[in-house]
Structure formats: C-alpha cells, structure tokens
Design a protein around this ligand. Sequence first.
Ligand SMILES: [Zn+2]
Length: 159
Amino acid sequence: MRRPCSSGSCASSSTYSMPPSGICACGELIVYLTSHTPENPGRHFWRCRNFKTTRDCGFFLWDEDAGVQSSGTQRVVDMLRTELEDSKDKLDELKKKLEDTKMKFEDTKMKLEESKNKISKLQRKLDCELLNKKMAFAAILIVVLAWVVSFCFLYGRKM
Ligand SMILES: [Zn+2]
C-alpha cells in the first residue's frame, strides 16, 4: 500500500493523475480536501475517501496538478451532484424494494385472512357435526325411554 502523504507532507509532484470520473481504485469518489500542514497551508488536494482506513488505495493529487480547467469548487459541486444522482437512484431502488415488501406483506396478510376464514368454517362445520351427533343421541335416548316406559306400563297392567 502506498501512502505518499501519511506523514502530512506530500511531494509537490503527484504520481497520480485526475481520474476522468473522479473515482479512485476503490471504486469510490475521491474527496477534495484542504491541507493544514505547515509545509502546505491552505493547499487543496484530492484524496481517496478511504484514506483514514486501511482500505486506502493511496490516491493523492494536488489540485493544481489535476490539470483540469474548472476550479476545485466546481469539481466538488459536479462530484457532489453525481453522488446525489447516485443516492437518488439508490433511494428509488430502496423505495421500490419497500413497495415490493409492502405488497408481499399485503399478500401474506390476505393469505392469513383466508386461512383464518377456512379455520372458522371448519370450526363451524365441526360444531354442526357435534350438534347433530348430540341430537341423534338425544333422539335415541328418547326412543329408548319411551320404549322402557311403555314396556313398564304394559307389564304393570298385566300384573
Ligand atoms: Zn481509493
């Protein structure tokens, strides 16, 4: 890993050149910073945005070496705009995903509702069957009782 500016004092000539899309080897937009070192106070430079982490690809370029006509500020604005567009796209994607998830949730809810209906239908059917059985049992009981009573009555008269 190359770290040309790790000590805070960079060579005046950069080994890097301005990437056309403003994206370094990490695949991320480089950042525009201002030097606060005693050697280069207020000097602007471009750097890999991962420079504070171990993922730093080492990209470093003084703004005057960038060799682009537009000012650093203009480029920052351009890059921010690109980043904003990117974020917008990502946001749209997230929105779509959220919409998808919502739809799936609605679907699941409907299915759950259907299952609930089916269960309550089954419950009612079961209740109905139970009632029928009870009624059949009661009918048999009545018939048997009637038979016993009439038998007793007949038998009693014979005695
Ligand atoms: Zn990088």
